[in-house]
Ligand binder design. Structure first.
Ligand SMILES: [Zn+2]
Length: 743
């Protein structure tokens, strides 16, 4: 997956929450932004916490500052202040925050051939479409409308901009303002906008609200403060290693209107050793009606999200059994501040429900009972979902059929014929249409299924033409597609995700209107999420701390795709634009389900590019990528497994390389000094790195001569080069990721 983007409350960018000890019923309700009525927000109570939800996007907890003021959890310097009227009723709140900047990149017309219907009459230097950097769902249209310049998320409120200065405009409403500074390139063409929102955002209550939803007791974004709940979720205790899951049969009924879920899961298992108690996982916000074993109810206890099941007799090693957990609850709302997942739930252009479960990190147990640990995948799985007629459910694997049920209901059955990790199990619910194709090359055949919203067929049919060339490319790089019996499906959805054999690159048009999203960005999402079929879905990490195995290889696959489909320059441009933060190690804490996104994407991708340079033998490097896929197919692996595999395959110890990039925040720095000795040159060099034996080879470019490889260590070395000018010698870090410091 990629990061959650909040294109929130206001035009973009931020979102908060509040919680308090006393009940805050006076504050709860449905609100909307006064200057931007398309942006709706809910304030509601969740246990003792007060929550702010940006409708369709997610929620955040509000922490009390004083009687009427709340801060946003994990989002500093943002306050929500409720304004009571003379009768003491709250009809309004003000969101106070520091000036918020956003960067909008102009979308070149030629890069988005699908984006029709926005032909710009009276073009002026500013008119055009721009997309929010880092938030591909947000396209804006700048237009000259009679004499005014306007700014609009297509289909939503039009804001009129007043000139402020050269290339600078402003929108004002009360004390709130939004400044748009248009930036020109050397030729004077406007290429981007820097917008700055300033001042309080006023929101008015539209309606009261009923309470629902969940809160998180996990510490996804507070890496120093893990809780017992995190340990129960993340640790492979004897209560979890004592059994191996073989099969899940999920059977639930969902009512999208009230966000309810009701049903059961059968968990079939094999005893790894003798035991009488084992642990499964299910969010403590879900009710468990009963758990049935051999036709009898059995007893269980719960602690946070762990459920401890007490069997009447000891189960013997090697024996198999199954339990059925009957449960009910509310579909969880994604939590923005803690990165906890849930059901993204929006409306399509026709007002129909459009829902997607996205639970990477928080785990599947926030909505169905399972052994929620990455180390244990079932061998196969069945997913049965009952919903009201008029909508379609898409899940993983093969579609087995649909049954009409009394009460205007229908039941969809899906079957996954391969091991699947829990967070990949998905429900997409919406007004979908389907069309099919086949991937067929020599003996290599599997089904291709495409699902899109009913009104996006034309766009989908065009976009899916990218799928076959991509799968061909990935099979060449990584080996056979891992799930041929299930086929490969591409599903339009609110949020791009790697859901196994039902991948999504996101939405094809802005969900609130007919406006197409940037094609190149959609394509990049397709590259990324599809690469996960190999990296993440087939080969899975065994602890959340090692999640880089999913994201770093998928990010590296993006670079390879740029190179393959658009050339080296495009790949380099993409690398240069995605600068890692280098603030914390990529590897997280083990045993606590430590989900943090951080640098595992761009830095992880560049680490693999660096490894390729270090190996300096492309046929070996790519045969090793394929080798990982065949050696660890359908399995869960650790960082050590991957490092060991590369070391063995190259007969070289690259532990130093993985350790530096994965276990430390900083990247290595090559310190060099060039000293002239007559016509000759003495080059002195050494590594500055956290790993004491860091020894990445480095390539030197010398004009037209062959590149020269040097082997720096953390001790100074000297290379004497005859007849060489200092300027003629360049350290090449185009493909390897390190800094250079000249002494
Ligand atoms: Zn990903």
């Amino acid at each position: 997956m990629k990061r959650f983007i909040i294109y929130s409350a206001v035009l973009f960018g931020c979102l908060p929450v509040f919680s308090q000890e006393k009940t805050a019923t006076g504050f709860t309700g449905q609100y909307r932004v006064d200057y931007y009525p398309d942006r709706k927000m809910n304030i509601y109570q969740e246990g003792k916490a007060l929550m702010l939800e940006v409708v369709g996007q997610g929620k955040i907890e509000l922490l009390p500052v004083n009687k009427n003021t709340f801060s946003l959890k994990n989002i500093p310097h943002n306050n929500i202040e409720f304004i009571p009227d003379s009768l003491g009723n709250t009809k309004q709140f003000i969101w106070l925050r520091p000036p918020t900047k956003a960067n909008w990149i102009r979308i070149p017309e030629e890069s988005s051939p699908d984006n029709t219907g926005q032909s710009l009459q009276n073009p002026d230097p500013y008119s055009g479409r721009y997309s929010l950097k880092g938030g591909r769902y947000l396209n804006i249209l700048v237009k000259k409308d009679s004499n005014n310049l306007t700014f609009q998320i297509p289909g939503e409120t039009v804001l009129t901009l007043i000139p402020l200065g050269k290339n600078s405009f402003i929108f004002r409403k009360g004390a709130f303002s939004s400044t748009y500074e248009f930036i020109a390139d050397k030729e004077g063409r406007i290429t981007r906008i820097i917008s700055t929102d300033e001042g309080p955002v006023e929101c008015s209550k539209m309606a009261e609200i009923s309470n629902n939803s969940i809160s998180s007791k996990h510490s996804f974004v507070k890496r120093s403060g893990f809780t017992e709940a995190d340990t129960l979720m993340g640790t492979l205790s004897p209560l979890r290693t004592c059994y191996d899951v073989q099969f899940y049969d999920l059977d639930v009924q969902i009512d999208p209107d009230v966000r309810s879920i009701l049903g059961s899961t059968i968990i079939r298992f094999k005893a790894v050793n003798d035991f009488k108690i084992f642990q499964i996982d299910l969010s403590d916000k879900m009710n468990i009606e009963k758990i049935v074993f051999q036709n009898k109810n059995i007893s269980f206890t719960r602690k946070f999200d762990a459920v401890f099941i007490q069997f009447p007799d000891e189960l013997k090693q090697g024996s198999t059994g199954e339990i059925r957990v009957f449960y009910s609850g509310k579909l969880p709302v994604p939590d923005i501040s803690s990165l906890a997942g849930g059901f993204i739930s929006i409306q399509d252009r026709n007002g129909k429900a459009w829902i997607e479960s996205v639970v990477q990190g928080s785990g599947a147990s926030i909505w169905w009972p399972c052994k929620d640990h990455l180390s244990d995948k079932p061998d196969s799985m069945q997913v049965n979902v009952t919903i009201p007629q008029g909508l379609t459910v898409i899940s993983n694997g093969r579609f087995l059929g649909k049954t009409e049920l009394p009460g205007k209901l229908q039941r969809f059955q899906w079957f996954v014929g391969y091991p699947i990790n829990n967070y990949n199990v998905v429900l997409y619910i919406g007004d979908y249409i389907h069309f099919a194709d086949e991937y067929a090359e020599r003996t290599d055949r599997f089904a291709l299924n495409y699902y899109c919203l009913s009104y996006n067929e034309e766009k989908a049919r065009k976009f899916v033409q990218k799928v076959k060339p991509l799968l061909r490319f990935y099979q060449k790089l990584f080996g056979p597609y891992p799930f041929p019996r299930d086929g490969f499906a591409l599903v339009e959805s609110p949020y791009g995700m790697e859901h196994q054999s039902a991948v999504s690159a996101g939405a094809y048009t802005n969900p609130s209107n007919d406006h197409a999203l940037d094609t190149l960005e959609l394509q990049r999402m397709l590259w990324h999420e599809s690469a996960h079929e190999w990296w993440g879905n087939s080969v899975t990490c065994s602890d959340m701390a090692d999640f880089w195995i999913h994201e770093s290889f998928a990010s590296y696959a993006e670079i390879l795709c740029y190179e393959n489909f658009y050339g080296r320059e495009a790949a380099q441009k993409y690398i240069n634009e995605n600068i890692p933060e280098n603030k914390e190690p990529i590897i997280g804490f083990y045993g606590v389900n430590d989900f943090h996104m951080g640098d595992m994407y761009s830095k992880g991708g560049r680490m693999i590019a660096t490894l390729r340079e270090a190996i300096y033998n492309d046929s070996l490097f790519f045969s090793l990528l394929k080798g990982i896929q065949s050696r660890f197919k359908y399995q869960s692996v650790s960082t050590e497994d991957i490092i060991h595999y590369f070391n063995e395959g190259t007969r070289t110890d690259y532990t130093y390389l993985f350790d530096q990039y994965l276990r430390f925040a900083a990247i290595p720095k090559l310190i060099i000094s060039k000293e002239k000795a007559g016509k000759d040159l003495d080059l002195r060099y050494k590594w500055k790195a956290d790993v004491p034996d860091f020894r990445l080879p480095v390539k030197l470019l010398r004009g037209d001569s062959e590149p020269l490889l040097i082997y720096p260590t953390t001790e100074w070395k000297t290379l004497h080069l005859t007849n060489t000018k200092p300027s003629a010698l360049i350290v090449d870090n185009t493909h390897s990721y390190f800094d250079i410091q000249a002494e």
